[in-house]
Design a binder for this molecule. Sequence first.
Ligand code: AMP
Length: 397
Amino acid sequence: MTFKTLDDLTDTAGKRVLVRVDLNVPMENGRVTDTTRIDRVLPTIRELSGKGAKVILLAHFGRPKGERVADMSLAPVAPAVADLLGKPVAFADDCIGDVASAAVSAMENGSVLLLENTRFHKGEEKNDPAFAEALAANGDIYVNDAFSAAHRAHGSTEGIARLLPAYVGRTMQAELEALQSALGKPKRPVLAVVGGAKVSSKIDLLENLVSKVDMLVIGGGMANTFLAAKGVDVGKSLCEHDLADTAKRIMSAAETARCEIVLPVDAVVAREFKAGAENETVPLDAIPADTMILDVGSASIKTVRDKIEAAETLVWNGPLGAFEIEPFDKATVAAAQFAAQETRNGKLNSVAGGGDTVAALNHAGAASDFSYVSTAGGAFLEWLEGKELPGVKALED
Ligand code: AMP
């Protein structure tokens, strides 16, 4: 993967730079309730603005499906970005056409403008060339800093990148470098920890990982499907019995690829799915028929620790148990904290992300010690699945 970064961008003063950012922030009553995504795009905005560029932000918000939907306007996000940036952010009521071009014409060097929701136009999600051209008409340079939207071939992520000189923003650059260090050219051995609820949502991911990593720990509800396929009676546990053949296929692909699959060796079981439910730790051949597995047991935690200790690189997606309800968060917390410790001590490159993983690592107080935690959700998962991300591909070309 080779990309042009902001380091390659010289002579920026006075240039109109269209920057694709992720401002799909949670909002309540017209106010931004979590600024994580805004925080992440500030470095690129600051750098470009500092170099005298006219910084024009492109973003989507929600799913308006090509229509103007009042409560999916980005207008209330502009002041939130301005607050964090510490300088004014102008807003234009449309991302293309006269409204956008008039707002861009009024910009001074170093100023920042946010354009209205790209998804108010049908051409965005259809990646209509005419829409991409209309976007590109307002810029001299394109910078993509929205890895989280890179799995979609949309006008503002893919189409436009083929029309203007295209560069990777700082946050996306960090994300791509982290991913590259984890699965592209990793230090071996590489360990993947995959947990979460269901195998069905992660078949492609598991198949890709067994071909790339040296060890694969499977935990969470999805481990039950693997255990059941191996003949373990999992009682009332969440289990996709119809996927037994898929589980077997993945295990045999792992064997061929010399990837060691590590399944739980014991389980924490309970009769109710609720915080504080009475529970016990049992070996796999003694799971009472009226109980469900809600976490991996202490012997399994020890194994996971040993694997993390043996690894140079860790890729993590999905909790090892039902971490939202105590005490079934124990294995996830223990493993996350150990991985964080190994990372702090310089012994591990740890990359995590997707779905509930960020919440689980935050719950464990471990996220800030991981080498990289991706908040990209869908794009991170597609990358774990080994898929080419169109928004990334367009920048490579
Ligand atoms: P995912 O979004 O696929 O990563 O799944 C995360 C969800 O899996 C969390 O809500 C966990 O509570 C759930 N989960 C993990 N382990 C189990 C389990 N043993 N039984 C039921 N749900 C689980």
